[in-house]
Design a protein around this ligand. Structure first.
Ligand code: PHE
Ligand code: ZN
Length: 893
């Protein structure tokens, strides 16, 4: 055998270089024999030359594999017939059709990257997306190679009584030496990234679902025995998802069995492997005493998301990884609509938009900015981003809204039908939408190909004599790494006009009032040019424009609202989203006042904000969940996005000042509401009960800002007597986050009681870790280092890493952004050290933790300089992973 030179430099992959594979793999037969410490994988690939590609060389992907045998059509290959590099095995077969057999040895127990086959507590499991299958066997590990898989797994019967893979079980039985086997066949062709295998000591919960055509599907959730009582919510969510996808998209499930396995060590939330979804325990287990309401909602959303992938991702998959948003953006849109249908639509919209604006906008303004269909990458794992997922979903949402529900459904029907069993591109998706509607979506390409968040600046003018109202809309998108000058986007701008007595009828210049529908107060303007004017006729008074209703496009809206305008929107707009938005803008104005006053300066809260809140407290019909969000000040990340230069400590201080001022101004209302909502009601996880708890606990967090002794007692009582995790941890959080000395003292006691109570519940301990990591009190660096030494910490468990290191760096401004006396001190140095240690074990997680440092250019000089020097030090590391190399080098470029 020849050994190829290792390629040391990290390679960039380009969309424009896409070529079909030289070979297809019609059939994949695997035998995976698991032993303690080593696993043997035998693979039989039935291959066929792709006649449209010239050249007969076959380059198989493979990483960290010990090749034991290789044969073509039963003939062992002599060593001069193949070349083995660090990540490819090349050979030149002599016939167009042949069977390639290999046998490799791997060591799952040593696999800390959590990609490929690895061990997590009591089980062996796999994670193959995006390029993990090559760590299991030699293969064409690319999504356009779709194959029929048969998998025979064998292992020790007592250590691994459960043996699972994709598809349907075809055979199982005993073997010698206390071993047994199971053979699974998946009748649907799929790419290797959807392969999965699980072997371990697991218990299961069973149920079933009858599909619309009357087929009975077995539903099974596999967990560790101790967690059997926490599967009910996931099971209910799964059944709701199956039904919803039939009703909403006409999509029926296509195997006899659907399995979910819960794994403790997992890099992401969950994975949609065909018929065998693998979930992070945090996204599947739920019980009222251990899981918050947000946790319940996350389980429902993630179960739905993975289930929906069965069609949007599995039946129709991606041609290459540049098309990732084809499955992720669409599936996030689908799960978001599902959640909206299960709970409150406006509330779900507010949650999605907050996530997008706080985190995706920052990504779009930083060095890792990329279009939802990128044109190059170094490490695909770095592209599972808020842009691909959340912005991708916004783009699908714009298409769905432009088409309306019936046409959109026709479009998705056509897409699924036309491309069933294929690996396709985002263009194929848009083409289906254009074909059913006759609409021209060519300008929509810009949403797929250009990064950056458009700024939509709107100015208005009212001509009293002509009774004409003009909105002039201009768009500008700042430069991003891949492209400096942007072509204009096609932006649907949903709007209305608010008059003194209510909303005004909308008649554009070329319209005749009689032709318009009776309820004509809501409209989508299609902005397609750099600057464009819309003239409304018969406007009886100067209105306040209600703009970007429901956040109809992922843009930054710039319109110079006065505070009185905003008050008018809060009180009179019919659109729930815009009302929420107006309250947030009033909060932003107050935060800006506090920032302008400076650290020691006198800050007076503009009385319009508490006045608006008072009137909202009095509105009995207002959705309590909505009101809870309205009462929540904009997140620091969102505030940072509005600044030309970020001073994190100033933002934190200003936000705290506004919170304190509001707590004081609204003390009466807050306490009254808190008490009214605290009366004992039986725990339930429906939308109304969740809303009630969320409003109650927002009130509590204000009340705990400077609590009286009586208030502190209320909070302690809630903590001690709570019958559900939402109320319990909300009270604990209110104590920990309060700057008040008595509250902090109470927090210390409560934190240690909480640990004693919950030490055996890993997911609760994670919440406990995250809360302490976020504690803003002085001395945070010492505390976070202590947490890393805690008996319950585990430096190879991603959930623990995210809770402690992620919690500290992403949610503890006063301490993370403390600079320290020397460059080796301070929060940034702490993060860089942690990344350095983690990178050797789990590069994907290490690269993700880098995010806060990548934003260095946006910060005030002292912060910026300190972040940059940590990045420079990381770049010097000799063994930096490709994952981290890409993020660090692009950040410094
Ligand atoms: N495809 C998964 C999802 O979004 C996410 C994932 C990506 C999981 C890569 C693991 C690895 O549903
Ligand atoms: Zn997904």
């Amino acid at each position: 055998m020849n050994i190829a030179e290792p390629t040391s430099a990290v390679q960039t992959v380009y969309l424009n270089d896409y070529q079909q594979p030289a070979y297809w793999i019609d059939k994949t037969e695997l035998e995976v024999d698991i032993y303690s410490g080593e696993t043997f994988v035998r693979s039989r690939l039935t291959m066929r030359k792709n006649s449209s590609i010239e050249g007969a060389q076959l380059d198989l992907h493979g990483e960290g594999l010990e090749l034991l045998e290789i044969a073509i059509d039963g003939e062992p290959l002599s060593e001069e017939r193949y070349v083995q590099g660090p990540s490819v095995l090349s050979l030149t077969p002599e016939t167009e059709k042949f069977v390639l057999e290999t046998k490799v040895r791997i060591e799952p127990e040593q696999n800390t990257s959590l990609e490929g086959l690895y061990r997590s507590r009591t089980m062996y499991c796999t994670q193959c997306e995006a390029e993990g299958f090559r760590k299991i066997t030699y293969y064409l590990d690319r999504p356009d190679v779709m194959s029929d898989f048969t998998t025979r797994v064998s292992a020790d019967k007592s250590r691994c009584p459960v043996l699972l893979s994709n598809g349907n079980l075809v055979e199982a039985g005993s073997l010698d030496n206390g071993r047994h086997f199971a053979t699974w066949h998946d009748p649907h062709k799929k790419p290797a990234y959807l392969f999965a295998l699980v072997a371990g000591d697991l218990a299961k919960v069973e149920d079933s679902f009858t599909t619309c055509s009357g087929k009975q599907v077995a539903l099974e959730i596999f967990v560790e025995e101790k967690d059997l009582g926490k599967c009910d919510h996931a099971m209910q969510s799964l059944k709701k998802s199956m039904q919803w996808d039939e009703q909403t998209y006409g999509r029926e499930y296509d195997l006899d069995i659907f399995m979910i396995v819960a794994v403790d060590d997992f890099n992401m939330g969950a994975m949609e492997n065909k018929g065998l979804n693998i979930f992070n325990t945090s996204c599947v287990l739920a019980s009222p005493t251990t899981t918050t309401d947000a946790g319940f909602q996350r389980v429902e959303g993630v179960v739905a998301h993975e289930y929906f992938h069965n069609w949007s991702g599995n039946r129709v998959t991606c041609r290459d990884w540049f098309q990732l948003s084809l499955k992720e953006g669409f599936t996030v849109y689908r799960d978001s609509e599902f959640s909206a249908d299960m709970g409150s639509r406006t509330v779900k919209r507010v949650e999605d938009v907050s996530l997008l604006r706080t985190h995706q906008f920052a990504e779009d303004a930083g060095p890792m900015a990329h279009p939802i269909r990128p044109s190059s990458y170094m490490e695909i794992s770095n592209f599972y981003t808020l842009t691909i997922y959340e912005k991708g979903a916004e783009v699908v949402r714009m298409i769905a809204n432009l088409l309306g529900p019936e046409l959109f459904r026709k479009g998705t029907d056509l897409y699924f039908e036309r491309h069933d069993g294929q690996a396709v591109t985002t263009e194929d998706f848009v083409r289906a939408m254009a074909d059913v509607s006759g609409r021209d979506f060519s300008q929509f390409d810009n949403w797929y190909n250009q990064a950056g968040t458009p700024e939509l600046t709107i100015v208005d003018a009212y001509d009293e004599n002509a009774r004409e109202y003009t909105l002039t809309v201009s768009q500008y998108t700042p430069a991003t790494p891949e492209c400096a000058v942007k072509k204009p986007f096609h932006i649907p701008l949903r709007m209305g006009l608010i008059g003194e007595a209510g909303e005004l009828a909308l008649t554009l210049a070329d319209e005749i009032a009689e032709d318009l529908p009776e309820d004509n107060t809501d409209r989508v303007l299609e902005v397609t040019q750099t600057t464009q004017s819309f003239v409304f006729h018969n406007v009886p008074e100067k209105p306040v424009p209600s703009l970007l209703r429901n956040f109809s496009a992922p843009v930054k809206l710039k319109y110079d609202y006065s505070r009185d305008d905003l008050c008018a929107i809060v009180m009179r707009d019919s659109n729930g989203f815009t009302r929420y938005e107006a309250v947030q803008s009033l909060c932003m104005a107050a935060i800006n006042d506090a920032m302008a006053a400076g650290e020691g300066g006198r800050f007076v809260l503009d009385e319009r904000l508490p006045r608006v809140y008072r009137s909202l407290f009095a509105q009995a019909e207002l959705d309590q969940a909505m009101f809870a969000y309205m009462l929540t000040l904009p997140a620091e990340g969102y505030i940072a996005e509005q600044q030309s230069e970020i001073d994190p400590q100033a933002i934190y201080q200003a936000r705290s000042k506004v919170k304190s001022a509001l707590a004081q101004a609204l003390a009466g209302e807050l306490e009254q509401t808190y008490r009214a909502l605290s009366v004992d009601v039986e725990y339930s996880a429906d939308a109304e009960s969740i809303a009630r708890r969320s409003l109650k606990n927002v009130c509590l967090s204000y009340l705990m800002d400077q609590p009286s002794d009586a208030t502190l007692e209320l909070c302690k009582t809630q903590f001690e007597t709570a019958t559900n995790m939402t109320d319990e941890i909300a009270a604990l959080t209110a104590m920990v986050m309060s700057e008040n000395a008595k509250a902090q003292a109470a927090a210390a006691v409560a934190l240690s009681d909480f640990y004693v109570k919950w030490r055996d519940e890993a997911l609760v301990v994670n919440q406990w870790f995250a809360l302490q990591a976020r504690n803003p009190a002085a001395g945070g660096l010492k505390r976070v280092n202590d947490l890393l030494q805690h008996e319950a910490y585990d430096s190879s468990n991603p959930n623990k890493i995210r809770a402690v290191i992620g919690g500290f760096c992403g949610g503890n401004t006063p301490n993370f952004h403390s600079l320290g006396e020397t460059p080796e001190q301070g929060g940034y140095a702490f993060l860089a050290q942690q990344i350095q240690q983690l990178d050797a074990k789990n590069p994907q997680i290490a690269a993700r933790l880098l995010t806060p440092l990548t934003r260095w250019r946006r910060y005030a000089p002292a912060y910026s300089q300190a972040m940059r020097s940590q990045l420079e030090a990381l770049l010097e590391m000799p063994s930096l992973s490709p994952d981290c190399y890409e993020v660090v080098s692009k950040s410094l470029a």
